[in-house]
Design a protein around this ligand. Structure first.
Ligand code: PXL
Length: 283
């Protein structure tokens, strides 16, 4: 790709270091033109802040898309994150159809749940619509809770490889071409990401950080998109995104005032270094 252009569709949480305030700087820092379609504007994210505002931008989406079509604008990758309503998922399907350039990567982070629970404001109608969107994606990036919801599987905190492999199979049966399954942990103190293309799967395992931070799913998905669009294969992109996310968590570990998100900015340089290194490093 000569000078790729990515579109990312997710909310603006004005404060909280998640969604667009993470995706735009991270993907841009990877050297990629990044266009945005805000799905909603919130004063903060919904995990831990009380009384946040929420402006739903669903009704703006079709006219924004129509304008792009009239201007002949299209995208080399379309990456969706937190979506503000069930109707938006239908509009995203139209945006996939109308604005994808040849060979466009469609990447869906079904950002809707964590730790066994849906985020506030989501329901099973949203989950069902999200199944359809994931079925149209080249890459889906669920955590365990999201993967369970998408596949009607009971959420478990402890599990074995059989449980995870069955979920992965079910995700492929929905139509997902590649599954980038985050937070897969088979051993105490370890975590990892399982990358499956439907015929083979590979687990990248690393030490689990003692601290966890909100917003790391968005950091992970954005770094994955950046690395993938810069030419890495899915496994290498998944590894780079994991190493970068760990660096962000470490960067934030000693700052209790920063409970709402991870300090991703000071370690952007590390992400860029990993992206410019040859693919061979991880083979
Ligand atoms: O990080 C996912 C996310 C994105 N946007 C909003 C959220 C969350 C998670 O809670 O509340 C508004």
């Amino acid at each position: 790709m000569k000078y790729p252009r990515v579109l990312t569709i997710q909310d603006i949480s004005c404060v909280g270091q998640c969604s667009l305030t993470v995706a735009l700087p991270i993907i841009s820092a990877c050297g990629i033109e990044t266009a945005v379609l805000p799905s909603a504007v919130l004063s903060t994210h919904t995990a831990g802040f009380k009384g946040y505002t929420f402006r739903d931008l669903t009704e703006d989406m079709p006219s924004i898309c129509d304008h792009w079509v009239k201007e002949g604008i299209c995208f080399d990758a379309i990456y969706t994150g937190y979506l503000g309503s069930t109707k938006q998922i239908e509009y995203v399907v139209d945006i996939f159809k109308l604005t994808a350039a040849d060979g466009c990567y469609k990447i869906v982070d079904p950002a809707m749940a964590d730790n066994g629970k849906l985020y506030p404001g989501f329901n099973m109608a949203f989950v069902n619509e999200m199944k359809g969107l994931c079925g149209k994606a080249d890459y889906v990036i669920p955590n365990l809770t999201e993967a369970c919801l998408l596949t009607d599987t009971e959420y478990r905190e402890s599990y074995d490889e059989g449980y995870i492999n069955e979920i992965v199979d079910k995700l492929h049966r929905l139509g997902c071409k590649n599954v980038i399954f985050t937070g897969v942990s088979y051993k105490d103190g370890m975590t990892g990401v399982l990358v499956s293309d439907g015929s083979k799967s590979c687990l990248y395992e690393h030490k689990k950080e003692v601290n966890s931070c909100h917003g790391t799913g968005d950091i992970y998905a954005s770094a994955f998109v950046g690395a993938l669009v810069k030419g890495k294969n899915a496994y290498d992109a998944a590894v780079i995104a994991a190493d970068y996310t760990v660096a962000c968590i470490r960067e934030t570990a000693n700052d209790p005032t920063h409970w709402y998100g991870a300090r991703f900015e000071p370690v952007l340089g590390k992400l860029i270094e990993m992206i410019v290194k040859e693919n061979a490093d991880h083979e």
